[in-house]
Design a protein around this ligand. Sequence first.
Ligand code: GRG
Length: 289
Amino acid sequence: MKTGFLKHYEETQKLFESFLGEFWSQRLNEGAPHLREFDGVMSYSLLQEGAKRFRPVLSLLTEELLNGTQEKVLPFAAAVEMIHTFSLVHDDLPCMDNDDERRGKPTNHIKFGEAQALLAGDALLAEAFATIAGTYHDNPETTLGLIHLLATATGRMGMVGGQVIDIGSQLQSMGFDELKDMHARKTGALIRVSVEGACLVNSADEETCRNLRRYGEHLGLAFQLADDLLDSEEETSADEVSFVSCLGKDRTMSYLEEVTEAAIHLLKPFGEKAVHLQDLCRYNCDRSF
Ligand code: GRG
């Protein structure tokens, strides 16, 4: 039997899965029955088994720390997961990483063709913003704040900007600071915003938001470091830029431990309430997938 944090992670993941399944099917039932086939293209990636749901779990654990109610943050968490899914579907396309497999299954474009995959990614991005506007509209300030956070984390300043830097980068010319900046945008922004969104829906005070934002930044970097270490165990193309290619495996590992400890330390002011967010850092540090 699973105990401790892993059990809590999986329960939180399940709670999110069940919300997402219900929310998504309601959304698709709202209209356009002639788009059923396309609905299947989007759902294939959004509802896929094997997704860690790391970002939604992070939002829900932040909600716990803030003593909020899960219902409040679940739609925001679903919106972040839609954006995350869009980025994976597009990242797998032949014009980007050209991957055939994700989560042990054919990538979206392998299964449905490039045009459908491109459009499914586009639609998921738009659905994320429709989810925010359709859920939080009773509080226009919250709605605008969430839209601003998500759009900034996704666009030029965030994930897309990071991807632009990534596809233009050369291993030889990219230094450690540039690599860190690229990943803070490409992977880190969506992880950080998962924390910031929970702060916003709970109207957390300025100091709390600042501390948790810093925690989110550290966790985003730690997530990428763990990812690069896992990737380094697989065969990758020689020109791929990663922390392991820049620092070497041992230094990447000790850097991951250092960033993890720093993230845990940033939560000290929150006392016992922060224990799950601290455990999430340790979980990331030790993860094997
Ligand atoms: C194409 C606009 C656009 C952006 C792509 C995020 C990204 C930018 C590409 C994904 C490529 C990648 C493997 C990045 C490294 C970190 C990362 C985001 C891994 C995938 O996230 P997980 O591990 O995925 O949370 P699951 O499958 O668990 O949902």
